[in-house]
Design a protein around this ligand. Structure first.
Ligand SMILES: NC(=O)c1ccc[n+]([C@@H]2O[C@H](COP(=O)([O-])OP(=O)(O)OC[C@H]3O[C@@H](n4cnc5c(N)ncnc54)[C@H](O)[C@@H]3O)[C@@H](O)[C@H]2O)c1
Length: 291
């Protein structure tokens, strides 16, 4: 997480790096060198004066990248409201920040989304920034997908991005502008398999981003997509980040390091800030060169 203060943090990359050009073999067994890099977070990452006091809504903010985004905005002095279906993780995150509030809500239910946003609005004001982050990358074999499952994946991974935008846009128009950031995915860019409905929904995020950027641009509302690569959230580490998969992905990336959620959050901060005032209708990659 993006902790404030002058805390020294061990960078989350306890990376296993094999020096280039060296076989690094001992008795046929490959040795790995664990490198720990130390950085001082507040010296390394930017502070955006334009984000102080901003009202920010985040969907799927209770865990993973969303939680990192919530913490990053909170540490910039923004007023943050997030929605998530995980009540206990939501309460734990809120307890860690004085300027964060939340509503428990299943975003597949659009009436519930609207009601949750109305509650956030009554508590912290209309959104000036919306981060459409919630999704779920469950695996599914193409031959098993039913029409019902397909629809459920669209409702989980795509539909709420539009209705959240629709819910906040009138307030942004009244306010003279805003920033909407839709979370995409590297998965379909890489022609990844094993989740056709998820990949389809994530590809559609780009169409949604560009058409809404056109419709809302005249009101100075910017709409952009952020495209994470393989990001080491707890869910990814638990379910899929096995050593062989990590090595294969490292080989695919241009950069050798695994992507931690903080780097996605940092791109989101930039796009939400006034520094990005002329950025809209575009996609911003945080994927270490894997595409
Ligand atoms: N982690 C990665 O490697 C990766 C890669 C590419 C794109 N992404 C994208 O980044 C975003 C965040 O992913 P993550 O890896 O942090 O996921 P995650 O599963 O770790 O967290 C997602 C959060 O969204 C919430 N959520 C899911 N469905 C919801 C629903 N119907 N209603 C309310 N809340 C719901 C979950 O409770 C959870 O808190 C997603 O849009 C995902 O597609 C992630």
């Amino acid at each position: 997480m993006d902790h404030g203060g002058l805390r020294l943090a061990v960078l989350r990359s306890d990376r296993q790096i094999r020096p280039a050009g060296q076989g690094n073999q001992t008795n046929g067994v490959t040795r790995s060198i664990v490198v720990q890099r130390k950085i001082q977070m507040t010296d390394t990452f930017a502070r955006y004066p334009s984000l102080a006091g901003k009202v920010v809504y985040v969907t799927g903010g209770a865990s993973g990248i969303g939680a990192e985004i919530v913490a990053a905005f909170a540490n910039q002095g923004a007023k943050v409201g997030f929605v998530d279906m995980d009540a206990s993780a939501s309460a734990a995150l809120c307890a860690a920040h004085s300027n964060v509030t939340h509503e428990v809500c299943d975003l597949r239910d659009i009436d519930a989304l609207r009601a949750a946003f109305a509650k956030l609005r009554s508590r912290i004001g209309p959104a000036e920034v919306l981060v459409n982050n919630a999704a779920r990358d469950d695996r599914h074999a193409w031959h098993d997908v039913t029409p019902e499952y397909w629809d459920d994946r669209m409702h989980t991974n795509l539909r709420h991005q539009f209705f959240a935008t629709q819910a906040v846009a009138p307030g942004m128009i009244a306010n003279g502008g805003g920033s909407i950031i839709n979370m995409g995915s590297n998965s379909w860019f890489e022609a990844g398999g094993g989740f056709p409905a998820y990949a389809t929904a994530k590809a559609a995020v780009h169409g949604l981003t560009r058409t809404m950027a056109r419709d809302l641009g005249k009101h100075r509302i910017r709409v952009n997509a952020v495209v994470p690569g393989w990001v080491m959230t707890e869910r990814q580490k638990t379910l899929w980040a096995k050593p062989e998969a990590i090595e294969a992905h490292r080989a695919r990336q241009c950069l050798p390091d695994l992507i931690e959620p903080v780097y996605v959050a940092r791109m989101v901060l930039f796009l939400a800030s006034d520094d990005a005032a002329m950025c809209t209708a575009s996609s911003y990659m945080v994927e270490a060169g894997s595409i």
